[in-house]
Design a protein around this ligand. Sequence first.
Ligand code: PLP
Length: 406
Amino acid sequence: MLKLPIYMDNNATTPLDPRVLNAMMPYLTESFGNAASRTHSFGWVAEAAVEKGREQIAQLINASSPDEIIFTSGATESDNLALKGVAWSYKSKGNHIITQKTEHKAILDSCKYLQKEGFEVTYLDVDKYGVVDPESVRAAITDKTILISIMYANSEIGTIQPIPQIGEIAREKGILFHCDAVQAAGKIPIDLQSTLVDLMSLSGHKLYGPKGVGALYVRKKKPFLKLTPLIHGGGHEKGKRSGTLNVPGIVGFGEACELAHRELPEEMKRLTHLRDKLREGLMAKLDYVHLNGHPEKRIPGSLNLSFEFVEGESLLMGLKDVAVSSGSACTSASLEPSYVLTAIGVGPELAHTSIRFCVGRFNTAEEVDFVIEAVVKHVTRLRELSPLYEMVLEGIDLNSIKWSAS
Ligand code: PLP
């Protein structure tokens, strides 16, 4: 039986995997100790659970050691810690940071903040698929550059960046490289032995773990990396992030990483299949549908489509039984066209017709069929009300029309 509403917004957040909740339960109940309590077994049990979580997370990204994982409250904090922590530590060496235009706001707003402190930031362009050219990264490097920050995959359009190639350039030039891998971790393989990233942001709630817990991977050797903390206090996490550790959250995050790691090949196949079924189903039944993002270099499950002649918000209102979003979930409160779609050259009119579908672990083929049917029905209904669509059907070239201003 199909259970409504259908959740298909898994890039915004994911439901907790029941296996993750099972792993967390003891630490929400009888094993409630503070991982920093060294004088009794409650503390030791909590500390052991935290260290297991650290190991599970390190394994997902093939880090050299669990010691390279610093726990945070989520990827927003990890991004802030990476950018500000490096900027403040290395400002005597230089004041230039390189990033790109479709990063998450946690990166873009941290960069804006650092600009107010006197740092200079280059925001690189992306191509029509949202991909950064590694050679544009190389060209932007100056003798003042201290950090490059490029995301692994975009939450809105799913495009995967050429992270290994950018890592090679960063290493060759001796510049630190941070990568926000929130949308890639647990969805595509990440190998920090072959990919030369120095700092990596991760988040629990994007891979079927709990909210409010994240991590920053910080490479331990080659280079030795200094990081000024954002939060001062009890000296937890080797002084890089003070604050009592969220033990159940870390246990859940760790378990989620282990499951994602173990099931990655199967899940990649299944979600790619469901996403393609959704895309093909919609494109076969509707005309004037455009794919946003890269056709192949994209994370499984992620699909962003523009339905020409249909207001995205009206479509969302019609799709009451389907939870999807228009633009990024983080910015969908504003009616500005998505900055990510703007960066890939989608005009404001088409951007306002865009819907993001994100298929996840708990979606089924039956749900995809339901979503296809619902979207086709509502797009067709809304287009019947659109004079522009009618004109196009009559063969009128909309670009040739001189619209009156009044
Ligand atoms: N970075 C990216 C690419 C994201 O998609 C998100 C969440 O949408 C974040 C960072 C923020 O993560 P968190 O919710 O853990 O703060």
